[in-house]
Design a protein. Structure first.
Length: 200
């Protein structure tokens, strides 16, 4: 166990290194692209947490949901209580195994991407969350070039978060931040159904 003097010296060196990094860091002058992916839970939940952070700073926020259907969720009910501070578009029709119609799912996803592209380009939002868009890409409902074009066409001020497992390499390459959630244990594996307030 380190003594007080060696601990203090270590912390002083760490502080100096952190200050150096902060001093050298620059503002990019544009919104960032963030990707939340991986097979673990928490991708959308993390994005909703960033929404709360943005709202705390008085930022304007938009959400487009690509897969989730129009069923009640805790996050949607919470943001609705804020009186329209979040522009929310639920454009999915539920899990892909529910619809079982490739043409219909593709048309739905393309409509959602058109709405997202318009929201991104409008300049009206500091942050836009494209919830489960990576799933729409995974199943081939959208093309990578179409999504990249929407991201590249966003207003300079607008940051964007893309959620969903199996993010495409091209999307991750473009992103400023990529976080991968890893599943270690899941209650569904033990036969526990999704819980209100925890899972939705």
């Amino acid at each position: 166990m380190p003594d007080d003097e060696s601990h203090k010296a270590e912390m002083e060196a760490l502080k100096a290194e952190q200050r150096r990094k902060i001093t050298e860091a620059r503002d990019p002058g544009r919104g960032l692209v963030l990707v939340h992916t991986g097979d673990g839970k928490g991708k959308s939940s993390s994005a909703f947490g960033v929404i709360i952070r943005a709202l705390g700073w008085g930022h304007s926020v938009g959400v487009v949901q690509f897969i989730k259907g129009d069923w009640p969720t805790g996050e949607k009910q919470f943001f609705d209580k804020l009186g329209g501070q979040v522009t929310w578009r639920t454009m999915g029709e539920g899990f892909t195994w529910d619809t079982q119609n490739l043409a219909r799912d593709t048309k739905t996803a393309e409509a959602a991407l058109a709405a997202a592209a318009e929201m991104l380009a409008s300049g009206a939002h500091d942050l836009v969350v494209l919830d489960e868009i990576n799933i729409a890409l995974q199943f081939g409902f959208l093309t990578v070039p179409a999504v990249l074009a929407a991201l590249e066409g966003r207003a300079q001020r607008t940051s964007v978060i893309l959620t969903g497992r199996n993010a495409k390499p091209e999307i991750m390459e473009m992103a400023d931040l990529v976080t991968e959630m890893r599943e270690v244990k899941h209650p569904f594996q033990a036969g526990i159904k999704a819980q209100r307030g925890i899972d939705f």
